[in-house]
Design a protein around this ligand. Structure first.
Ligand code: NAD
Length: 258
């Protein structure tokens, strides 16, 4: 069930772009923005079959969707072209698409795995941001939200070194964006989720690992996709967080890393 959040019209008619919105954290955030009145241009995932978001009617002029593989240069280009064709400007840009692409121990690391993980989790964020800057500058108070990870700070668990390093890049890049884009009135922040119970961990973590993580989390549970929504609404809204930029907000049940 979709929760009703506190936004109460803060996003009414705002142009919101979000990647990886077909399921998990991205779908929860996209739904909340849409329910609050935003015009949501949603990159869903690599292909149609990868999404689980149940959409409002096709006739709903407040949702535009595109699918493309963001690990490829063509996919980034296609997504940027689509957004450019749909949005008069961009008020909120949320880079959420990403994943681990398997656990690879350090002694089995390959150039191919390094490229695959970084192309998706960091290169796509850099290129899409660059391509959308003209639309962001047309907003009078744009907000970029990147989705980093607790593993950016901890280094992650075994086999996730490339993914964790790519997310470390995202945290640092967020701070660079904040400084360089401040003169344009564009804020840039990130959320840094802890372990959130989505498809991600169905693929990459055992039930035992997840139970151990929940037990070691101060709030004694895993997060949900919905847990990530309020931090995104807060960072997206200039009314709520207009003097906040370059920050990484942990959504992790009390684990002390961001
Ligand atoms: P998820 O697997 O449910 O969602 C990932 C989204 O990214 C999906 O919409 C998927 O289609 C999209 N995606 C994956 N590969 C893609 C590709 N090649 N091209 C285009 N789109 C692609 O997982 P989630 O937990 O909702 O993850 C969302 C974000 O949160 C990711 O960036 C992930 O790294 C990050 N994150 C998740 C956790 C967690 O514990 N679940 C923790 C920290 C950070």
């Amino acid at each position: 069930m979709t929760k009703q959040y506190f936004a109460k019209g803060l996003f009414s008619n705002k142009q919101v772009v979000i990647t990886g919105a077909g399921r998990g954290i991205g779908a929860a955030v996209a739904r909340a923005m849409h329910n609050d009145g935003a015009v949501v241009t949603a990159h869903l995932g690599r292909e149609q079959s990868s999404h689980q978001w149940t959409f409002p009617a096709d006739s709903d002029t407040h949702v535009n969707t595109v699918c493309a593989d963001l690990a490829t240069l063509e996919g980034v280009e296609q997504t940027a072209d689509y957004i450019n064709s749909q949005c008069p400007h961009v008020d909120v840009l949320i880079h959420n698409a990403g994943t681990m692409l398997g656990r690879v121990p350090l002694d089995s690391m390959t150039a191919e795995h390094y490229a695959d993980v970084t192309n998706l989790n960091s290169r796509s964020v850099v290129l899409l941001t660059t391509k959308l800057l003209p639309l962001l500058k047309l907003s009078n108070a744009a907000s970029i939200i990147n989705v980093s990870s607790i593993s950016a700070a901890t280094g992650g668990s075994a086999g996730s070194s490339m993914y964790s390093a790519a997310k470390g890049f995202i945290s640092t890049y967020t701070r660079s964006l904040a400084t360089e884009l401040a003169p344009h009135g564009i804020r840039a922040n990130a959320i840094s989720p802890g372990t959130i119970d989505t498809d991600f961990h169905q693929r990459y973590s055992s039930a035992e690992k997840l139970a151990a993580t929940a037990a070691s989390t101060p709030l004694k549970r895993l997060g949900t996709a919905e847990d990530c929504v309020p931090a995104c609404l807060f960072l997206a809204s200039a009314e709520l967080s207009g003097f906040i930029t370059g920050q990484i907000i942990g959504v992790n049940g009390g684990t002390s890393y961001v």
